[in-house]
Design a protein around this ligand. Structure first.
Ligand code: ADP
Length: 491
């Protein structure tokens, strides 16, 4: 029933406002019972009053029936006593009494209409068989009764004297129920006045209650609007209901997340500007000092210009890395997936990096435990391997080594890149994937780092739904382990 009601509400989008719904529900719940109660009370009053009236009249009719027998009225209707009794009965109940004799002939009609006529109806026949019947006609406002007029006679049988009841005639009585209906009308009127008063009270309560109950939701909307308009960035609190607490909690969490994102965006912009300004500042210093010495020797010009070129390269590198990072921020759907032989790809990357390693006298070893082909984005995979191996070379020691181990199980392939380098301090381990984070700024600058490499690498790995972990001991070396699913997981 309730479910049906909900469906109806939903289907016709009846009362889309919670407030109006509450108003309607409170009104229906408040008013319906009182209307039903009035109807029930009136109905039961009517039933009881009719039953009582029927009973009283029937008792009187029974007494009258006895008198009719006593005065032999059915044979001779001239008895004045009975006449008076009949007149009193008709007057008292505003009714009509018709007395029918044994041959269905009307002996007496108080309305003097049917006198001498024959009445054969179902009720009369049934009453001649001994039944007492009554029927209430609520539409026309009368009760009709058929009562047998009986006489007890003594009959002699083989077993001795037996008493037997014989039906001598039937009384057809109809009495008006106007007085009952009049009482009911006045009762109904009073009940309706009371009901109208109650409806007014209930409607006022419903308006007030629906307003009070929905006020917290209006407060939530107001608070959210304040945040939206920028008047406030504080967490909102509407602790009125458990439901509002849940909504507000969820909203505050969203707000918190947005703040974190906003903070990190601001920090990123600040970092980018700083990083881009540093090479510019160096170039300005170099250029200024040349300008300050018009007589400067050619060697000095050459040296400074070399430095300026290096700074330009660095600026270029930062911009290239930034662009790569911005690309990584896009969704995994932008991956250009193909089936790639990871062994060959790793070999290729290592071949490109070996000259740099040789310069530092670092040995690069590749160990492939099994051949691996996987569904990956080839360009991004190249970036992942080269960034990690490049770091392993950059942050290595003289005569050190870098070992790359490729392995796979039935779901993932793993690349383990370990070096014998300077290692990463424990408290830096959790920060190395942050943009622009460098353990040792001066050293990093010396080896040409931008602090974006690992951030790019991690993003590319996450786009493949893979993982990256690191183990490192300061002074001993580091091991980065990358795990990537063999088949691409879309979505
Ligand atoms: P960078 O361009 O400075 O190398 P990365 O994001 O690649 O930036 O690395 C961040 C920092 O993590 C580096 O500055 C370096 O301090 C540290 N790091 C990365 N890889 C290694 C490694 N193999 N050994 C030691 N330190 C490392």
């Amino acid at each position: 029933m309730l479910l049906k009601l909900r469906e109806v509400f939903h289907k016709f989008r009846l009362f889309p406002s919670l407030r109006v719904r509450l108003l309607v529900i409170i009104m229906v719940v408040g008013i319906l019972p009182s209307v039903l109660m009035r109807y029930g009370i009136m109905q039961s009053y009517e039933d009881r009053a009719v039953a009582l009236r029927t009973n009283t009249v029937q008792n009187q009719l029974r007494i009258l029936a006895n008198h009719l027998i006593t005065y032999n009225y059915l044979q001779d209707n001239s008895s004045e006593v009975i006449g008076a009794e009949l007149a009193m009965l008709s007057n008292l109940y505003d009714g009509r009494v018709v007395i029918i004799g044994g041959n269905f002939k009307v002996v007496k009609d108080t309305y003097d209409i049917s006198q001498g006529k024959t009445i054969i109806s179902e009720e009369v026949i049934r009453s001649f068989r001994g039944e007492t019947l009554s029927n209430y006609d609520s539409v026309h406002g009368y009760i009709e009764m058929t009562t047998p007029i009986t006489e007890t006679v003594k009959i002699m049988t083989d077993n001795g004297e037996v008493e037997e009841t014989v039906v001598r005639g039937v009384m057809l009585t109809s009495i008006s129920t106007d007085s009952i209906i009049a009482t009911m009308d006045s009762l109904n009127q009073r009940a309706m006045i009371l009901e109208a008063l109650m409806i007014v009270v209930i409607i006022s309560i419903a308006i007030l209650l629906s307003d009070i109950l929905t006020r917290p939701f209006a407060r939530i909307t107001q608070a959210i609007n304040d945040v939206k308009a920028g008047y406030s960035d504080k967490s909102i609190s509407v602790p009125d209901y458990m439901e509002t607490v849940h909504i507000v909690d969820a909203f505050n969490q969203l707000l918190g997340r947005m703040k974190v994102l906003d903070d990190s965006r601001q920090e990123f912009v600040a970092n980018v500007s700083h990083e881009l300004k540093t090479p510019l500042a160096s170039m300005k210093v170099l250029a200024d000092s040349l300008l300050a010495q018009p007589e400067a020797p050619v060697e000095m010009y050459q040296e400074f210009m070399g430095d300026i070129t290096a700074e330009i390269d660095r600026e270029n590198q930062i911009i290239t890395d930034l662009l790569a990072l911005v690309k990584m921020d896009k969704k995994a759907a932008d991956l250009n997936i193909s089936t790639v032989n990871i062994n060959e790809l790793t070999e290729l990357v290592l071949k490109r990096l070996r000259p740099i390693a040789r310069k530092k006298d670092v040995e690069v070893i590749f160990e492939s435990i099994r051949p691996v082909t996987a569904e990956v984005d080839e360009v991004k995979m190249t970036l992942i391997i080269s960034n990690l191996v490049e770091n392993a070379i950059k942050y290595n020691k003289e005569h050190g080594s870098v070992e790359v181990v490729l392995n796979a199980d039935h779901q993932m392939f793993s690349l383990e890149i370990s070096d014998t380098g300077i290692g990463i301090p424990e408290d830096s381990l959790e920060h190395i994937y942050e943009r622009f984070y460098r353990v040792d700024k001066s050293h990093s600058k010396e080896v040409g780092g931008t602090g974006l490499g690992l951030a790019i690498t991690r993003s590319a790995i996450l786009m493949h739904r893979g993982s990256i972990t690191v183990q490192s001991l300061e002074g001993e070396g580091s091991t980065f382990i990358v795990k990537i699913p063999l088949s691409h997981i879309a979505g």
